[in-house]
Design a protein around this ligand. Sequence first.
Ligand code: PMP
Length: 290
Amino acid sequence: FDDRDGFIWFDGKLVPWREANVHILTHAMHYASSVFEGQRAYNGVIFKLRQHSERLVNSARILGFDLPWSAEEIDAACNEVLKANGLVDAYVRPVAWRGSEQMGVSAQATKPHLAVAAWEWGKYFDPAVAAKGLRLDIAPWRRPAPHTAPVHSKASGLYMIATMSKHHAEGRGYNDALMFDWRGQVAEATGANAFFFKDGVLHTPTPDCFLNGITRQTVMELAAKRGVQVVERAIWPEELEGFEQMFITGSAAEVTFIQSAGPWNFEIGDLSRQLARDYDDLVNGRLVNA
Ligand code: PMP
């Protein structure tokens, strides 16, 4: 991914893609002192950009470092990267981390750094597979309790178990994995939030130990606009038996239908399809006021 033409915004200026490098003693690489974002541009406009930039600033703050760039400046950096690379429909990846100024667990003397890359990224999941709904494995790892990890930061360290769960699922022929939390409640997929339909009501787990995704919040608003009742609550695996439809949401994943999660099967119903269409319309500027 590093050997290509293009420009990456790096600590305030655009540098050639191949030269956007960090030192091997970067604190983030040893101690996971990094946070990131992921958002999509549709027709040249980054969807909910300010919310993503604010979440990045907040994610870093939760890890104890303040970025010397405001959300507004991060917005500008993201737009600059799109423009410099001539991108219109793209995925934008800001990442912030503690630098190589100090080694050891303590990082008081490190400097915060920020980079923004962007590239064309079609669908997160193979469209042919997603059209039939993904098959989810049940992850061997559980989302940690809020007092054991900075669960409301989009911190890179939290993705260690996500990547391991994803690889475990792929190794067994699945597309992704559904993760439970430390209590055993349904949490989310490895990079997207989970939703379920039953009798026309939309159910989603309370985000008390994982990200309250920006797409998640958007889809809940879209559902409410359609007059669909949305219930945010603790969901136990035993309940999955009774749910009729399932989908996951994320900036990269958008709205993706689920065919099965472990032993539980779902159908791709009209309600899920409607919300996926609404989301597509909204991000492409065909729906207003959402
Ligand atoms: N959970 C995880 C673990 C994620 O990586 C993401 C993607 N950022 C989400 C949920 C969804 O968040 P959003 O809708 O803000 O992209």
